[in-house]
Ligand binder design. Structure first.
Ligand code: NAD
Length: 463
């Protein structure tokens, strides 16, 4: 493999830009053809994709299919079926001030797009934005996460089988390669990962005024007021939390439960954990592993001096970290300051809505927000009061599976949203064009202007 140097990166980008300028990617037909080919290759490589995800994260095949491959396939289907319509020029009514004119909007690709992706859903978080970027007509460089190397390799194999390198190319490497990529001027940057690195990306992009989407993390709360069925509530929280071993950007980060319902909820949660993963969770085929030693150690550190309600089992050699429930952690502890991103679930109780507000206002702008309640007014108040990327009432995590909904964060949890049509829009510059005719001109528009505004105001109000 060639060493990734700044010169090589520049050369790859220049080749992509030349390809782009040559209008080769501007036709919708050729994009659809390639997306269809991609769909076929994904089917052929299904097993290799599952295998890579297992090697990187010990992902159960069921999770690899439902939360990775299927998501990508659904995205491809939606885009292939709608791209002609989305990409077509859109006529809009002309402004009477410009009468007569033809006004329309062209969906223009930006040019050379850089995608940087993380390790937790390493396949879909690289492929879904990639499909959007290609559908919109851009060229793309993908920098997958070095922490999921087997998945990075299968992504490279797939992309190079379907696309010319001038159109789409995978560049593998660690943070230093990511940093080198950011030194080059791109036409759009789409980044998914931590908030810390997101700020580095935003600064690098600002240098060139490059438009950017940032899909970041955060602490997603889960509010339980005790009025919804407790066992089902527990089941849905446990599922969303321990999917992918808690390494899900929209996993419930902590639970806020109304005083008086905590014990019942905790008992139900423990039952659901046992039901899902059996007595010896390390032996369960349905429970994943922590990505690497460094992240494992961070999670061990998070548990320091905490009171456990359940779990805490670990095996470093196997990167096994069992589902763990923590009782009332201090709000200043790392567990309640940083995103947990692992199988530890703090349970905090609240007495009044003012208590709830203290915590929710402190940990503001989460990527996701979950409410379990049957009280309409309570639900509506929370939904309206707090700002968050996306929310679910009476379930967790599932909103990201509907590609008719925009997926993204706000503030600390990111900017911009994608999936389905929103992906097409993210990678598209809406270019307005007005075509005038010569047969009529509003004479007042030209100097020397009329002495009084009266007649002009009268006329423009009528228009
Ligand atoms: P990370 O920020 O460490 O790395 C993500 C990517 O950025 C990797 O490809 C990495 O090589 C690259 N990178 C790291 N340092 C870089 C630098 N200085 N310059 C350029 N590139 C650099 O994140 P991670 O550990 O892979 O992912 C975990 C985080 O991602 C969590 O905070 C999680 O919440 C967030 N996340 C968000 C979403 C979302 O959709 N909003 C999805 C998944 C993960």
């Amino acid at each position: 493999m060639k060493k990734i140097t700044s010169t090589l990166i520049e050369e790859i980008k220049e080749n992509q830009l030349a390809f782009f300028k040559n209008h080769k990617v501007k036709g919708v037909k050729i994009r659809i053809q390639h997306l269809k080919k991609l769909k076929k290759v994904l089917e052929q490589k299904e097993e290799a994709i599952f295998d890579a995800l297992y090697q990187d994260l010990k992902k159960p095949i069921f999770e690899s299919y439902t939360s990775e491959l299927l998501m990508v396939q659904k995205e491809l289907n939606l885009i292939i079926n709608n791209l002609n319509e989305w990409a077509a020029p859109k006529r809009v009514d002309g402004s009477l001030i410009n009468f007569p004119s033809q006004d329309y909007i062209l969906s223009e690709p930006y040019g050379a797009v850089l995608l940087i992706s993380p390790w937790n859903y390493p396949f879909q978080l690289a492929m879904i934005p990639f499909i959007g970027a290609i559908a919109a007509g851009n060229t793309t460089v993908i920098k997958p996460s070095e922490s999921a190397p087997h998945t990075a390799q299968i992504i490279e194999d797939i992309v190079s089988e379907v696309f010319l390198p001038e159109w789409a190319k995978v560049i593998q490497g660690d943070a230093s390669v990511g940093a080198a990529l950011l030194k080059t001027q791109w036409d759009y940057i789409f980044y998914t990962g931590s908030t810390v690195v997101g700020k580095i990306v935003a600064k690098a992009a600002a240098e060139f005024l490059t438009p950017t989407t940032l899909e970041l993390g955060g602490k997603s709360p889960c509010v339980v007021d005790g009025t919804a069925p407790i066992q089902k509530t527990a089941r849905r929280i446990i599922w969303g939390k321990f999917l992918n071993c808690g390494q899900t950007c929209i996993a419930p980060d902590y639970v806020l439960v109304k005083e008086g319902h905590k014990n019942e909820l905790v008992v139900a949660m423990i039952q659901e954990i046992k039901k899902a993963f059996g007595k010896d969770i390390q032996l369960s085929k349905d429970y994943g592993r922590i990505i690497h030693q460094k992240h494992f150690e961070k999670l061990v550190q998070d548990l320091d001096k905490q009171t456990l309600l359940y779990g805490g089992k670990q095996n470093k050699a196997d990167l096994f970290f069992g589902p763990t429930l923590v009782d009332e952690p201090d709000l200043k502890s790392s567990l309640m300051v940083d995103e947990i991103f692992g199988p530890i679930l703090p349970i905090l109780s609240y007495e009044t809505e003012a208590d709830l507000d203290l915590i929710l206002s402190k940990l503001k702008n989460p990527l996701a927000f979950y409410i379990f309640s049957s009280r309409k007014k309570f639900i509506n108040t929370l939904v309206q009061l707090y700002t968050f990327g996306g929310g679910v009432i009476n379930d967790s995590v599932i909103h990201f599976t509907n590609n008719k909904l925009p997926f993204g964060g706000i503030g600390n949890s990111g900017m911009g949203a994608y999936h389905g049509k929103y992906s097409f829009d993210v990678f598209t510059h809406a270019k307005p064009v007005v075509k005038r005719s010569f047969w009529f001109d509003l004479p007042q528009r030209y100097a020397p202007y009329p002495k009084s505004l009266r007649s002009l105001k009268f006329l423009l109000k009528k228009l």
